[in-house]
Design a protein around this ligand. Structure first.
Ligand SMILES: [Zn+2]
Ligand SMILES: [Zn+2]
Length: 459
């Protein structure tokens, strides 16, 4: 039989990608994500619409309902739960320990909208990903997800992976999490190639060393391409009013200016976004400030030691040992006792607050804002601003004080056109986007719209 390509989830929505390539004797699944509720409109309204559609309670975020386990706030939903069944693709033998065909799963990066449903697949199914993504899923499982992702059959990709129908290669790309990759799948029978972008951007730190960009003569027959930003307003323009994405270097420069002021800065950013951590760290050094990180951030940086990231021992870094369960879990691990040697006490920070840039963490932000008037702190918010629309979000009440310093993890509109010009795919299949019509506008006849009801035959 000829290979069939289906977008089982993720067409016409942002996040929750699941792509199936079914050959005669084997099948490949690209990503296995939970759909995000971050659709167009205010998050609160999105969550309401989502819950209405999926008959779940608004009290708990539907995403965390599937992510968190019994000891978290949310219910540990079982495989046979009707709410779980709604999300899982209809491939019954994926959840049993015997598959009809050889089945391999490939994960592009460690964001829940790309791996979050993996906990439901049979533990024997091989899952391939990069070294960093493997580490983040495994460590995140222990620390953040109540061990829900333990015992997955995860393997680091080191070379081309072969099945009876396909060859799969991974290419490092830049995104807002370490270890993101794109995949190229070669269909052995038809000799056609399919490039799956995962989530990517070209304005991050490592863009020039990126493997994908080193191999720009890829020219795949099909490119399954993300288009997250196509439905968002461009917020940044150059002198000629041309919309463009801020680079991580722009972020570093903006932060350097803010940190140089004679007051404490509190920075709210993801420890998994190692490009951003690097920007904050460089800005601290340039502004002659000490960067105070929490044990989880120290743990992540330590896990990636060897890349040129800072670690807990680097100059200008101190670890603040936040008293909460997550940090305690980290310190249960004897190896991490070493962070103690570089720790800083809360009172030391408070004695000379203007010397520090503190990475936000629930506890420390709470304690600091109790002791120092909010107007005497630079509150730097370094996530997507859409989250701030949610009135229940803890930063919402500071919306007036926040300095928003951020750039997207997703490729900007103008760069998307350049990327397609460089890679030269014959056909483009949109994914991770609310703007299929924009794809048509930009790429015309090259675009093929697919969803779970339509299969594309690769011949
Ligand atoms: Zn995504
Ligand atoms: Zn992502």
């Amino acid at each position: 039989m000829n290979t069939k390509l289906k977008i089982l989830q993720g067409a016409g929505q942002i996040g929750g990608n699941i792509v199936l390539l079914e050959g005669g004797n084997s099948r490949i699944i690209l990503d296995f994500g939970i759909p995000l509720t971050e659709l167009e409109g205010a998050p609160e309204q999105r969550a309401k619409d989502f819950c209405e559609k999926n008959e779940c309670s608004l009290k708990q975020n539907p995403q965390s309902r599937l992510m968190r386990g019994a000891s978290g706030n949310a219910t540990n939903l079982k495989l046979n739960d009707e709410r779980v069944k709604k999300y899982l693709p209809d491939i019954p033998d994926l959840y049993k320990n015997k598959q009809e065909k050889e089945t391999l799963i490939f994960i592009s990066h460690a964001h829940p909208d790309h791996f979050g449903l993996l906990r439901y697949v049979d533990k024997s199914i091989p899952i391939y990903t990069t070294k960093e993504t493997k580490l983040l899923i495994e460590k995140g499982s222990k620390l953040l997800y109540d061990n829900l992702f333990d015992n997955l059959n995860l393997t680091e990709i080191k070379e081309t992976i072969k099945t009876s129908d396909f060859l799969v290669d991974a290419f490092e790309v830049n995104h807002s999490v370490a270890g993101a990759c794109a995949f190229r799948i070669t269909d052995i029978k038809s000799k056609k190639s399919i490039l799956y972008s995962g989530d990517l951007r070209t304005h991050g730190r490592s863009m020039t060393e990126n493997e994908l960009f080193r191999e720009l003569n890829i020219a795949p027959d099909y490119m399954i391409l993300e288009g997250t930003t196509l439905s968002r307003e461009e917020t940044h323009t150059d002198e000629t009013q041309t919309p463009l994405a801020k680079t991580e270097q722009d972020i570093e420069n903006e932060m350097t200016k803010i940190f140089s002021q004679d007051k404490m800065s509190l920075v709210c950013c993801s420890p998994l976004n190692t490009d951003r951590i690097m920007s904050v760290y460089n800005a601290c050094r340039r502004a002659n400030k000490t960067f105070v990180i929490d044990p989880y951030t120290a743990y992540i940086l330590e896990s990636f030691r060897g890349s040129n990231l800072p670690n807990y021992k680097s100059e200008n870094i101190k670890v603040y040992c936040v008293p909460n369960t997550q940090s305690e879990k980290i310190f249960e691990d004897v190896k991490n006792k070493k962070f103690e040697h570089n720790k800083i006490a809360f009172d030391d920070i408070m004695a000379e607050p203007e010397k520090y840039v503190v990475k936000d963490n629930f506890k420390i932000a709470e304690s600091i804002t109790k002791r120092i008037d909010i107007d005497k702190i630079n509150l730097v918010y370094s996530y997507w601003e859409g989250y701030l629309e949610d009135k229940n979000y803890r930063w919402h009440k500071y919306i007036k004080q926040l300095k928003h310093v951020h750039t997207s993890g997703h490729i900007a509109k103008s760069d998307l056109v350049k990327l397609v010009d460089d890679i030269k795919p014959d056909k483009i299949i949109p994914i991770h986007t609310l703007a299929n019509e924009k794809f048509k506008e930009y790429f015309g006849d090259k675009v093929i719209l697919l969803d779970k009801t339509s299969a594309l035959e690769i011949i």
